[in-house]
Design a protein around this ligand. Structure first.
Ligand code: DMJ
Length: 577
């Protein structure tokens, strides 16, 4: 609460007496401890209400239809699959169960985790004549399996001795191999769709999105590290490098492209749908694999976003070639951005954007899918809220970065809204229209993989005490291990793929011990010392640094602190004097 109202006095107090401030913030306050206990219990109940109903009415199909208490096989139905392709006996891929695995571990339900792992080991198969979306299948299924495999084999011995023989990794490896034909294109960038049994079908669309092509490296990289089979990481890396090479001189990327020709199809650029996880995976790949290449890409991409899309706390879209604004629209997917900004240490910007997203949440009761910033109104056809996690995710990151109890109140308000508007007897239902709160018969698997998980971790982070994890874009935890750092796939000596690194070999390392905060760097290129802009840098509105109000000033590249307008009308770091 205190920090949120970022007034001059607060800043001066911080500058003068950081120790006192830190002490008072870190002292355990019994009020918050009680609230955390109560709220984590409430979230746990939400999770099991969703999970139990899925298990009763939809399992082993993919997702629950909570109003009619039936199921949908959404993994293969995503993108209007022609259903006649599915064999009669198709029973789904137990998508929601796979997506729930890591949440079960985080909520310390080892018994149910083991039951789920053993069921999947015996029943899951990918040998199905079905067209799937590579991105969705990667983040939900491959990510869910790889993460659960790591959780099943870490030193906490969650599974009864002898019951687990890498079954999830074997399944993940099978799925990874089925992905590979999608990458067989002249550009190395993968088709968005492929058939699990037969690979890429004739006349398949060659169009994909930036996030679809550029957010594969965490799951496929982890699969390579775990199996010793370098093909997955190599394919994802090659695609990412090619995608990055297609950026404009402003370091912006378009929305969609052709994987055969390598040409952009849609030039509008942004941070929401079609882009979000692309940025997320650059910084998280750097944290997970420790390669500077990812950091350099991220830093340039982040600067591009802050320069060309940011408008106060909001982010609009802009043409990748000119930087001129295209769509002044807010999408609920963008609400992940403050969480990403916490990872790079840009807390001030994260805080201000998060506040705006939350004010929209408060106004509508939940976050509408699309809001027209220029007209201050809802998008006429995208008024829905499908139980998305992004605001809860950013709230989780901001709370743990700042320990500001205000974020606990935000979390509580999100939980209350979800229970009030979306909870039904048969689970949790999406909202079709936020103006009427009319419900839709769909409980997306990411509600269990992400929404409940981030809300739970906001109030109970005990899972994170013993290990450093990054979360995939679908909320599946992957441990940050020193053994995975700076090891190129080419350096692998192909070995028996069932080889799995033991926990003892892999020393844990801290994400914060990596240089994830965008401190300024000095680069020595061609003998000339050059100062590199930090990722947090935002230029002043006017080139001559004149200003009328604080909003005319940007963020200082050296200190990452917000500049303010002096009485004489110039932007600067006046408070630090
Ligand atoms: C999730 O499936 C993932 O977070 C993805 O990256 C985009 N958002 C959805 C949930 O909103």
């Amino acid at each position: 609460m205190f920090l949120r109202k970022s007034g001059t006095w607060v800043l001066i107090f911080l500058v003068i007496s950081p120790t006192i401030f830190c002490k008072s913030m870190s002292a355990p306050d019994p009020r918050w401890a009680a609230k955390k206990r109560r709220m984590s219990e409430k979230v746990r109940n939400m999770f099991y209400h969703a999970y139990d109903n899925y298990m009763t009415y939809a399992f082993p199909h993919d997702e629950l239809k909570p109003l009619t208490r039936t199921h949908t096989d959404s993994l293969v139905e995503l993108g209007n699959l022609k259903l006649e392709r599915l064999p009669q006996e198709y029973n789904g891929s137990a998508l929601t169960l796979i997506e729930s695995l890591s949440s079960l571990v985080i909520m310390r339900n080892n018994t149910e985790f083991e039951r789920a792992v053993l069921w999947l080991s015996d029943n899951l198969t990918f040998d199905v004549d079905a067209r799937i979306n590579l991105f969705e299948c990667n983040i939900r299924v491959l990510g869910g399996l790889v993460s659960a495999h790591i959780l099943a084999t870490d030193s906490t011995n969650r599974l009864v001795q002898g019951n687990y023989k890498n079954q999830l990794l074997i399944l993940a490896h099978d799925l990874g191999r089925r992905f590979l034909p999608a990458f067989d294109t002249p550009t190395g960038m993968p088709y968005a769709w492929l058939n699990l049994k037969y690979g890429v079908m004739e006349n398949e669309t060659t169009e994909t999105s930036t996030s679809g092509c550029g957010s594969l490296i965490l799951e496929m990289g982890a699969l390579s590290r775990l199996t010793g089979d370098p093909r997955f990481e190599s394919a994802a890396l090659r695609a990412l490098r090619k995608l990055w090479s297609m950026r404009s001189s402003l370091n912006l990327l378009g929305t969609t492209l052709d994987v055969e020709t390598g040409e952009w199809l849609e030039y509008s650029s942004g941070i929401g749908a079609g882009f979000d996880s692309f940025y997320e995976y650059l910084i998280k790949a750097h944290i997970l694999f420790g390669r500077d290449e990812f950091w350099r890409m991220f830093q340039s991409a982040y600067l591009g976003v802050q320069k060309y899309f940011r408008h106060g706390p909001w982010y609009h879209e802009a043409d990748m070639r000119t930087g001129h604004a295209t769509y002044w629209q807010l999408t609920s997917l963008q609400a992940f951005w403050p969480g990403l900004q916490v990872l790079v240490g840009d807390i001030t910007a994260a805080n201000s954007s998060h506040r705006e997203f939350f004010s929209l949440w408060e106004r509508f009761g939940v976050l509408p899918e699309r809001y027209l910033l220029d007209r201050q109104m809802l998008h006429p056809t995208e008024k829905y809220y499908p139980l998305r996690p992004e605001l809860a995710e950013s709230t989780f990151y901001l709370y743990h970065a700042t320990k500001d109890p205000w974020f606990l109140e935000v979390g509580e308000s999100i939980v209350d809204s979800l229970n009030l508007y979306t909870k039904v007897e048969g689970g949790f239902a999406s909202i079709r229209d936020v103006t009427t709160m009319q419900l839709e018969d769909h409980q997306h698997s990411f509600f269990l993989a992400e929404t409940c998980k981030y809300l739970y971790l906001l109030f109970d982070d005990s899972f994170l005490v013993d290990g450093n994890y990054i979360f995939t874009t679908e909320g599946h935890p992957l441990p940050v291990l020193s053994d995975w750092h700076e090891r190129l796939p080419e350096a692998y000596i192909p070995s028996n793929w069932t080889f799995v690194k033991s926990e003892r070999q892999a020393k844990r390392t801290s994400a914060m011990s990596r240089q994830v905060c965008p401190a300024t760097a000095l680069e020595y290129g061609h003998g000339i010392e050059q100062q590199v802009q930090s990722a947090c840098h935002v230029t002043d509105v006017r080139n001559d640094h004149r200003c009328l109000v604080d909003e005319d000033c940007g963020v200082d590249a050296i200190t990452c602190r917000r500049r303010s307008c002096s009485m004489a009308g110039y932007c600067g770091l006046w408070l630090s004097i």
